[in-house]
Design a protein around this ligand. Structure first.
Ligand code: TXA
Ligand code: MG
Length: 336
C-alpha cells in the first residue's frame, strides 16, 4: 500500500481533503490525523476489522486499549454507558481539549477497541482538522498515537511517515502539533478518581475541579499502557534532576560514557546551552517555559535516535504544571 500525504491548513480547511480522509475511514481504512496533543492513527471505532489493523500496523499489544475520539459532546452516549456529575463538570471545563476520561463502556462499542475492558477512554480533541474529520466520517474514531509501539508519539507528519509509511492509507499533515504531549487520562470509574497518565492538562488544573484527584503510582495497573516503558529507544536515556550542580553532574556522566566510547547527546535548558562546549547538545526550551519544552521533547528524542546517539543525558526540569508530565515521560524513557 502506498501512503498518501495530504497537506492541510488548519486555519483554512479544504472540505475536499476532509472528504477524502473521511471516505478512507468509512471504507475501513486508517488515517493519521493531527490533534492538539500528538498525531493519532484513526479508524472507525465501530468497525472491528479496521480497529484490528491499528494494532497490527503499530505492533501494539492486544491488551492495550485505544482512546475513542468524538466531535460532539452528545456523542458520548454512542460509546459510554453513563456520565456522572463530575464527568459533566470536567467536560464543561476541558472539552474540547487534552483530557481523556475513562467511563463505563457502552455494550455497542466493539470489544477490540477497549481490549475487552468494560471501560472506555474517551476524549474530544480541539484540533479543527480532527474535529472536521470525525464529523465528516460520521463515526467516533478509535485512535492511539500514530507511532510504532515503543517509539515516542509523533508530533509531526514526518514522524508518522518514519514509523508507518506504506502501512496506512493516508496522513493529514497540518504541521507540528500544538502541545506535543499526549492527553491527560483520568479514570472516573473507581474511587478515588485517579490519574492514569499526566499530559496536556496539568494536575494543578484538574485539582481546581476535583481536589481529591490522585496520581496512581505504584498501584495496581489499571491503564495497561501506562506503566510500560513507552519510549524505549536504541539510545539509553538518563535524567539528571534539577538542583544543585546539575550541570556538573551532566558533564560528569557525559565524560564518563564518552570515555567508554559511547556517542553522547545532551538535552539542555536554553539557559545552560553555552555550558557544554564540545558536546552534542539539543535545546529543550527555557527551564520555566514548559509549553515549549513539551512541544520539543518527542522531536528531540527522535532526532538523537536518528543521529545514532547511544546515550541521551537530559537536564531535568521543575515538576510543576506541564513540567510534571514532561518529567514523567522522561522517567519512562529511562525505564523507571
Ligand atoms: O493525546 C492523546 O491521548 C493521543 C491522541 C491521538 O488523542 N492518543 C494517545 O493514545 O496517546 P495512546 O493509545 O497512545 O495512549 C492511550 C493510553 C494507553 O496507555 C491506554 O492503555 C490508555 O490510554 N487507555 C485507553 N483506554 C483505557 C481504559 N479504558 N482504561 C484505562 N486506560 C486506557
Ligand atoms: Mg501511544
Amino acid at each position: 500500500m502506498k501512503t498518501k500525504i495530504l497537506k492541510i491548513n488548519s486555519q483554512k480547511i479544504e472540505p475536499s481533503k476532509i472528504k477524502k480522509a473521511a471516505a478512507v475511514i468509512k471504507k475501513g481504512g486508517l488515517v493519521a490525523f493531527p490533534t492538539e496533543t500528538v498525531y493519532g492513527l484513526g479508524a472507525d471505532a465501530f468497525n472491528p476489522q479496521a480497529v484490528a489493523k491499528i494494532f497490527a500496523v503499530k505492533k501494539r499489544p492486544l491488551n492495550d486499549p485505544l482512546i475513542v475520539h468524538i466531535a460532539e459532546k452528545k456523542d458520548i452516549f454512542k460509546v459510554a454507558k453513563e456520565v456522572n456529575k463530575i464527568a459533566y463538570r470536567l467536560i464543561e471545563k476541558f472539552w474540547p481539549g487534552p483530557l481523556t476520561l475513562v467511563l463505563e463502556k457502552s455494550s455497542l462499542l466493539p470489544e477490540i477497541v477497549t481490549t475487552g475492558l468494560d471501560t472506555v477512554g474517551l476524549r474530544m480533541p480541539s484540533h479543527p482538522v480532527a474535529l472536521s474529520l470525525i464529523r465528516e466520517a460520521k463515526t467516533p474514531l478509535a485512535a492511539p498515537s500514530a507511532n510504532l509501539f515503543g517509539k515516542p508519539s509523533p508530533t509531526t507528519a514526518r514522524h508518522v511517515w518514519e514509523d508507518l509509511k506504506d502501512k496506512i492509507d493516508l496522513i493529514l499533515d497540518a504541521g507540528k502539533t500544538e502541545i506535543g504531549l499526549e492527553s491527560t487520562i483520568l479514570d472516573l470509574t473507581r474511587r478515588p478518581f485517579s490519574l492514569l497518565r499526566l499530559g496536556g492538562i496539568s494536575l494543578e488544573e484538574l485539582r481546581k475541579i476535583i481536589p481529591e484527584v490522585k496520581l496512581c503510582k505504584g498501584e495496581k495497573v489499571v491503564s495497561p499502557g501506562m506503566f510500560r516503558c513507552h519510549y524505549s529507544p536504541r539510545a539509553k536515556v538518563m535524567v539528571v534532576e534539577e538542583g544543585k550542580h546539575q550541570i556538573e553532574k551532566v558533564k560528569e556522566l557525559a565524560h564518563k560514557f564518552s570515555r567508554k566510547g559511547k556517542k553522547i547527546g545532551i538535552m539542555v535548558k536554553e539557559e545552560d546551552k553555552s555550558k557544554y562546549e564540545k558536546f552534542r547538545i539539543k535545546v529543550l526550551g527555557k527551564g520555566d517555559d514548559f509549553a515549549t519544552c513539551a512541544g520539543n521533547l518527542f522531536s528531540l528524542l527522535r532526532e538523537f535516535d536518528n543521529e545514532g546517539v547511544d546515550l541521551i543525558i537530559v537536564e531535568g526540569i521543575r515538576e510543576k504544571g506541564l513540567g510534571r508530565a514532561i518529567m514523567e515521560r522522561l522517567r519512562k524513557a529511562q525505564g523507571i
